[in-house]
Design a protein around this ligand. Sequence first.
Ligand code: API
Length: 288
Amino acid sequence: MSALANHAFAKMNGIGNEIVVLDLRDVKHVVTPDEARAVASRVPYDQLMVLQPPRLDGTEAFIRIYNNDGSESGACGNGMRCVVRRLFEATGQAAATFETRAGLLNCWQGPAPDLYTVDMGVPKFAWQDIPLAEEFRDTRYIELQIGPIDAPILHSPSVVNMGNPHAVFWVDDINAYDLERFGPLLENHPIFPERANITLAHIVDRDHITMRTWERGAGLTRACGSAACATAVAAARLKRANRIVQMTLPGGELTIEWRERDDHVLMTGTATFEFEGRFEPQLFASVA
Ligand SMILES: N[C@H](CCC[C@H](N)C(=O)O)C(=O)O
């Protein structure tokens, strides 16, 4: 029987990014892609955040992050705020450190009781680190376009690795494009050997950016925290925005600071608890 049978989970969201938090610190089990997809069929989510027993002193847990197609990601900013809220409410802590595939993440209570801040680490810009399939010296804009060659619909994205790969297309109107149609084409474009999260962003002014994202492995979401970080950083690199910006996503607001002193990206926003449940054993009857 699957270790997930009868196990408790929490359904949460991070400004509309649908998150399931599964605390497996009591069980030695690594969720398989099949199990992750079975969970998505029971509780639809964008990301499944699994807490595994800590591997390093001083950390609360090793976090594995699954997209609803069963693939794994190195980062999920909105999901981290959900994990953090759950931990802080259970223990009364106001700060914690977690380990993910992308490294250590420090998290703390934000400037108001309902706000949580995640230190998403240092962004990477080298083409090999995004990763891209071919060399680009300057990743502030790369040569990539869709649509007719002489009248491209979307072109010249900025690319950033925030623990996961992101491409950001700068547009005047983020709602003027059929992201559901272009998203999968760009996510799976051969230039991105590990696929990519695809964002449309509009710089309103130096302190404010609006955006929406087609997520690798999850599709259209109401919010993607790591994409908000990637977008804020990319806009600052282009000298088109300040290092502290307000981000408006379809599901809500995030504040992103690309900290001057060490280039760490701090993401602050809310996290919402919805309900708790337990997985029926038959959910995993036919999965590997
Ligand atoms: N929603 C997440 C990001 C998920 C990224 C995932 N789709 C991938 O990189 O495969 C966030 O708030 O950062």
